[in-house]
Design a protein around this ligand. Structure first.
Ligand SMILES: [Zn+2]
Ligand SMILES: [Zn+2]
Length: 257
């Protein structure tokens, strides 16, 4: 991933109060289109220009050819607020982050995230690398906002269950039950993505707890009740896959070494 700076020149005297919402809207539109990643974008005001620091999945993520309709509208808003379209400046490659998937045609893909990840939750099944969301057709209303909102909720639940101090039980239920509200949303998104990309798209069900290793190894698919255990784990996480239900899961973390 790439660290970039977006610089906006003010071509007229502007009030910070006008510039700020226009920039925030623009940044949100980029985020909902997968062109920038993460939640925090330090923005500073200088003499006659403003600057925001962002992280992109690819070097050319901010190219106008990837802009969604919402991004284009947000650029018009910038102009109305007295700002130019942003100039992009590279700061360098982000050392801590995952690489981006380079497959032209994926054999399969899955929705997967954790509370530690800021990258795209759509991953290549073969390489487990994130797929930038602007590279798939928009799932609804011109961009990928619904996927980002699902990811935020998934990560919030994951954070709660990792911390284990409040709402842990409810959070684990949302992450692990195939019919929880969170899973239903995610599975609907996976279906929609599969339809749009024509690539089989799986949904990850988190698994923790259970009575014994024996019982966990013999756990059947919660969708159809069939055997779904793999001979070897995939990407060291997934021990179970059900093709018809489009579900993947792990051997309970309590029994996985
Ligand atoms: Zn790949
Ligand atoms: Zn199944």
């Amino acid at each position: 991933m790439w660290v970039c700076e977006l610089n906006f020149d003010c071509y007229q005297d502007i009030e910070l109060a006008d510039a700020e919402p226009a920039i925030r809207q623009f940044i949100d539109a980029l985020r909902y289109n997968g062109q920038i990643l993460g939640r925090e974008f330090p923005t500073s005001m200088h003499q006659g220009w403003l600057s925001a620091r962002v992280v992109c999945p690819e070097k050319d993520s901010l190219h106008p050819r990837y802009h969604s309709r919402q991004v284009e509208l947000a650029i018009e808003q910038l102009h109305r607020a007295g700002l130019t379209s942003p100039k992009v400046q590279f700061r360098g490659q982000d050392l801590n982050s995952d690489t981006t998937d380079h497959c032209d045609q994926r054999r399969w893909q899955l929705l997967y995230t954790t509370y530690l990840h800021s990258c795209s939750p759509l991953r290549c099944g073969d390489h487990f690398t994130p797929v930038p969301l602007y590279r798939i057709p928009p799932v609804a209303n011109g961009d990928s906002k619904q996927i980002l909102k699902w990811q935020e909720d998934w990560e919030a639940c994951d954070q709660l269950q990792m911390n284990g101090s409040i709402l842990e039980h409810g959070a684990v239920t949302e992450l692990s039950e195939p019919d929880s509200r969170l899973s239903r949303r995610g599975r609907d998104l996976a279906k929609r993505i599969e339809y749009l990309t024509e690539v089989p798209t799986f949904y990850y069900l988190y698994r923790v707890g259970g009575d014994s290793l024996e019982a966990e190894l013999n756990r059947t698919c919660p969708g159809c009740g069939e055997d779904w255990r793999l001979a070897e784990p995939v990407h060291e996480i997934f021990d179970f896959v059900c093709e018809p239900c489009r579900l993947v899961s792990n051997l309970s973390w309590d029994f996985k070494n």
